[in-house]
Design a protein around this ligand. Structure first.
Ligand code: LLP
Length: 436
């Protein structure tokens, strides 16, 4: 988390510095060439370049627990929540309401009420109806609620189509062409404080260019909005990709940050507009690589598989004590993972395996194909890395499995930060068992 914040802050500072050296309009070299982390004045000019602020909202949907919320706050991040439940947990964990942002395309009246009453920092408005709902709640509480408007820049992230959220035919936000009217509507309410535009172009994106293109389009709208009042901020969403298998080769966050900062400053210079404060909302890139899932192998099967050419081979299935209830991503998105033997060292020659879950679906696969020592078998513990994001948070009780515990390892010490669900807890929800 801290590394992400530092990466964006220093990339933006470097751009501000090099823009100051080059004059306010002509653009200087890339962030990589500029002195990183410098916010000193342009040499000789006596001018101190204005360094736009960077705020990082940790996207809690990727994974949220009280401990994680506190770590994010302690590391200087804000938190983006997208339901009353995530809001309640972040507040209960002690996160200051002013450092929370609230997303969602269908926030209920009760959720809006709760967020406004708590004094939430910003609400991301996702529809024209919501402008009125938030304005009303805010007026009733005598507040001037910070809001952003979610728009679609029309940039299609190069990713699985379910994960790309900034093309036009979709449920989130408003088309960029509706921006002026929507912001005029926001500004007509004294109870709303318009902070700027928001756009999230998708998730698991490896290339900074999509963010740059999106920023350039948003800045055109941003410039028009400046004619009607201040627009202090631009929020470019999250979506930075991580490595799930060796086939994935994401750029380090420093490089992504440098690429985005470069594109933003370039676009702003072209448009003759001051670079606003910037905000980002990464979830996966912060928490994904931090988590791994431990499973116990239960059964091993070697299955004869017939090839199209009449040949035959053997596929080894290792089945574990979890699966699509703790990691729905393979079934939902065709995601793939890798696996390692975790409980012992083995010199046995490697064997190709498929790691399967225990659920009653043939699509319940955790790892499609990876190598494990050939003697890996029942009783062994295997680790599946990079499961920190969108695994536990998407977990279900399919087949009446309890959701697993989450254990944090900090400086070599392990402790439970989310208890596993017990069978008794699952049964306790069944009203048909009451008074029996
Ligand atoms: N901001 C907004 C408005 C979002 O909708 C999302 C993710 C994020 C930020 C954080 O994106 P991230 O940095 O984590 O990629 N379940 C899917 C991903 C769904 C993403 C939903 N929105 C998966 O497992 O791949």
């Amino acid at each position: 988390a801290a590394r992400t914040l530092a990466a964006f802050r220093s990339a933006v500072a470097a751009q501000a510095d090099s823009a100051a050296h080059a004059g306010s309009v002509a653009r200087a070299g890339s962030a990589a060439e500029a002195p990183a982390g410098s916010d000193s004045g342009a040499a000789g000019s006596g001018d101190t370049p204005r360094v736009p602020d960077v705020t990082i909202y940790y996207a809690a949907k990727a994974f949220l627990s009280a401990e994680v919320a506190r770590w994010m706050i302690d590391e200087g991040l804000n938190i983006d929540v997208c339901s009353g439940g995530e809001l309640a947990l972040a507040l209960a964990a002690g996160a200051p309401a002013a450092r929370l942002g609230f997303h969602g395309n269908n926030k209920s009246l009760a959720e809006i009420e709760r967020a406004v009453a708590a004094g939430i920092g910003t609400i991301v408005l996702d529809s024209l109806e919501e402008i009125e709902r938030v304005a009303e709640a805010s007026a009733r509480h005598g507040r001037r609620q910070g809001v952003r408007l979610r728009v679609n820049s029309g940039v299609h992230a190069h990713t699985h189509e379910f994960l790309a959220t900034s093309h036009e035919d979709q449920k989130f936000g408003l088309p960029l062409t509706d921006t002026a009217a929507a912001v005029a509507q926001i500004r007509s309410h004294d109870s709303l404080d318009f902070r700027g535009l928001h756009c999230h172009i998708g998730s698991q994106i490896f290339d900074a260019s999509g963010f740059g293109e999106s920023a350039a389009r948003l800045l055109v709208a941003h410039r028009e909005l400046l004619e009607g009042g201040p627009v202090p901020e631009l929020n470019l969403g999250g979506g930075f990709g991580i490595a799930y298998t060796t086939a994935d080769d994401p750029q380090p966050i420093e490089q992504i940050a440098a690429g985005i900062a470069d594109a933003v400053f370039r676009a702003a210079a072209d448009l003759g507009v001051e670079v606003p404060n910037l905000a980002f909302e990464p979830g996966r890139s912060i928490i994904g690589p931090a988590g791994m899932t431990l499973y116990t192998v239960g059964t091993r099967k070697d299955v004869q598989v017939a090839g199209d050419d009449g040949s035959s081979s053997v596929r080894r299935y290792l089945s574990v004590d979890g699966g699509m209830s703790d990691n729905a991503r393979p079934a939902l998105y065709g995601a793939d993972y890798s696996v390692r033997l975790a409980n012992r060292v083995s010199d046995a020659p490697a064997a190709l395996v498929r790691l399967a879950g225990k659920h009653c679906e043939s699509g319940d696969i955790v790892v499609n194909a990876d190598f494990l020592p050939g003697d890996a078998a029942s009783g062994d513990i295997v680790a599946v890395p990079a499961t920190g994001a969108y695994c536990w948070s998407l977990a279900s009780n399919y087949n009446y499995l309890g959701r697993p515990a989450v254990v944090a390892v900090v400086d070599g010490t392990a402790r439970v930060i989310v208890r596993g669900e017990t069978e008794a807890e699952l049964l306790a929800r069944d009203a048909g068992l009451d008074a029996r």
